[in-house]
Ligand binder design. Structure first.
Ligand code: ASP
Length: 429
C-alpha cells in the first residue's frame, strides 16, 4: 500500500488541512459558514464514536473479566493494571510540579493581562465552578458516585463511564462465579457485541480524515471567534504557561513510557509509537479518551498484538480512570494560577496536589474539557480561589487536545506492559 493511503497519513492530511482552513476562515470572518456547513460533519463523526463507547465498554469489560477464567487471575491482572495506572499518574504529577516550579510561568503574566483575563472569562469560570460544586460533597462522594443506582441511567450519559465500568466489572465477576454452562450464552453474546462494535469502528474510521478536518477547522474558528488577533494575544500572555504544560507532557512521554516499554516489553520505542499514531491523532482531534476508545482497542489488538483478554479489560478501564496528561496539566495549572495570583504554595500544599490530582484525574470523565472542572476541586483543596481558572480558560481547549494524547498513550503503554508480563503480547511481524 502506498504511504499516502495509510490511515494515519490520511488523518494527518485532514488535520493539517483543517488547521490551515480554520486559520484562513478565522482571518476572513467565515465563522458562521464553518459553524453551519463544516462543524456538523465533525459533530457527526464525534457522535458516531461516542455512540459506540458505552456498548463497547459494557461488552468488552464483561467479556474481558469473564474470560479471565477465575477471580484470582482477575485480581492479579487488575492489581497490576490499576497499580501502573495510579503509579504513572503520580509520576506525571511530580514531573508537572517540578517543571512548573522550575519555569515559574506565573511570574510572567503582566497584572493588566491578569485582570483582563479574569474579567473576560468570569462567566465560564463561574459555570465550571458550579459544575465542580456538584462534585464536591464529602470526602467519600467520589466512591459513592462510582456505584450507579440504575444501569440504564448510568449508560445514558458518556460522563458516567465510571459507573458503567463498575457495573461491567461487577457483572463480569458475577459471570465468573456462575456455572460455566449458564454463563456461556451471555459470554458469547457480549463477545459478539464486542466484535460488532470493532467492525463498526473500522467503518467509522473510513471517514476519519474528513471528520478530523471538520473538527479541527471548527475548533480553530470557535477559539478565534473571528478574531485571530485575540488568540495571538492570549498565546503571547499565556505562552509560557502553555510551554510549561506541553514541556512537562513531553518530558513525561519521552521518559516514562520508553522506560516502561524497554523494561517490560520487547517493543522498540519507534516501532511502538508509529503503530500508535492513528490513536494519538484521533485523541488530539477529538479531545476525548472515550471517543478514541474504539480505535484504541482496535489498534491495540490488531497492530500492537495485545491479547483481547488484556485489551478488553485494561483499555476501557484506562480510558475512564487513567489520565496521566490531565493529572500533570492539573498540577501545572494549579501552581500557575497560584503564582499568578501572588500566592506561594508550600511543600505541604504541593504534596496535597499530588494526592488530590491523582484522585481528580481518576474522577475526570474522558470527554472534552472535563479536566478543568475537576481542577476546581484541587484549587479549593489547596486554598487557591477557583475563579482563577478564568486565567487559563482561553488556551484550555488547545491544551486539552495535547493532554488527551498523553492520556490515551498512557493507557496503551500500560496495557502493553500488562500483556507482555502476562505472556499475552504477540509481537506483530
Ligand atoms: N479530554 C480529556 C480526555 O478525554 C479529559 C480532560 O479534559 O483532561 O482524556
Amino acid at each position: 500500500m502506498p504511504w499516502y493511503r495509510k490511515l494515519h497519513w490520511q488523518i494527518i492530511l485532514g488535520l493539517v488541512s483543517g488547521l490551515v482552513f480554520g486559520i484562513v476562515a478565522a482571518a476572513n470572518g467565515w465563522g458562521e459558514f464553518i459553524r453551519d456547513w463544516v462543524a456538523p460533519f465533525g459533530t457527526i463523526f464525534m457522535n458516531l464514536l461516542k455512540l459506540i463507547a458505552v456498548p463497547l465498554i459494557l461488552a468488552s469489560l464483561i467479556t474481558g473479566v469473564a474470560s479471565l477464567g477465575d477471580v484470582r487471575k482477575l485480581s492479579r491482572i487488575g492489581g497490576k493494571t490499576i497499580g501502573l495506572y495510579v503509579g504513572t499518574t503520580a509520576i506525571a504529577i511530580v514531573i508537572g510540579l517540578l517543571v512548573v516550579n522550575l519555569l515559574q510561568p506565573g511570574e510572567t503574566v503582566p497584572p493588566e493581562m491578569r485582570d483582563r483575563l479574569q474579567t473576560m472569562y468570569q462567566g465560564e469560570a463561574a459555570a465550571r465552578a458550579e459544575s465542580a460544586a456538584a462534585l464536591e460533597r464529602g470526602p467519600l462522594q467520589p466512591i459513592v458516585d462510582m456505584v450507579p443506582e440504575n444501569i440504564f441511567g448510568a449508560a445514558s450519559s458518556n460522563r458516567n463511564m465510571l459507573q458503567v465500568v463498575f457495573f461491567a466489572i461487577f457483572a463480569g465477576i458475577g459471570l465468573l462465579m456462575v456455572p460455566r454452562k449458564t454463563a456461556e450464552p451471555l459470554i458469547t453474546f457480549f463477545s459478539s457485541v464486542n466484535d460488532l462494535i470493532i467492525k463498526m469502528t473500522e467503518i467509522i474510521m473510513k471517514g476519519a480524515p474528513y471528520g478530523v478536518f471538520a473538527l479541527i477547522a471548527a475548533t480553530i474558528t470557535s477559539i478565534a471567534q473571528d478574531n485571530l488577533q485575540q488568540v495571538v494575544e492570549l498565546l503571547a500572555a499565556l505562552g509560557y504557561y502553555c510551554l510549561a504544560v506541553v514541556g512537562a507532557l513531553v518530558v513525561h512521554s519521552a521518559i516514562v513510557y520508553p522506560i516502561m516499554l524497554r523494561t517490560w516489553t520487547p517493543y522498540k520505542v519507534g516501532a511502538f509509537f508509529s503503530r500508535l499514531a492513528p490513536v494519538q491523532l484521533l485523541a488530539f482531534s477529538t479531545s476525548s479518551s472515550n471517543a478514541t476508545l474504539p480505535v484504541t482497542m482496535d489498534i491495540a489488538e490488531k497492530q500492537l498484538g495485545i491479547s483481547e483478554e488484556v485489551s478488553s479489560f485494561a483499555l476501557p478501564l484506562g480510558a475512564t480512570i487513567n489520565m496521566n496528561g490531565t493529572a500533570l496539566y492539573q498540577a501545572v495549572a494549579a501552581v500557575f494560577i497560584a503564582q499568578t495570583l501572588g500566592m506561594n504554595l508550600d511543600l505541604v500544599a504541593q504534596a496535597t496536589i499530588v494526592l488530590t490530582a491523582t484522585l481528580a484525574a481518576i474522577g475526570t470523565a474522558g470527554v472534552p474539557s472535563a479536566g478543568i472542572v475537576t481542577l476546581v476541586v484541587i484549587l479549593e483543596t489547596v486554598g487557591v480561589p477557583s475563579a482563577g481558572i478564568a486565567l487559563i480558560f482561553g488556551v484550555d481547549r488547545i491544551l486539552d487536545m495535547i493532554r488527551t494524547v498523553v492520556n490515551v498513550t498512557g493507557d496503551v503503554v500500560t496495557a502493553t506492559v500488562v500483556a507482555a508480563t502476562e505472556g499475552q503480547l504477540e509481537m506483530p511481524a
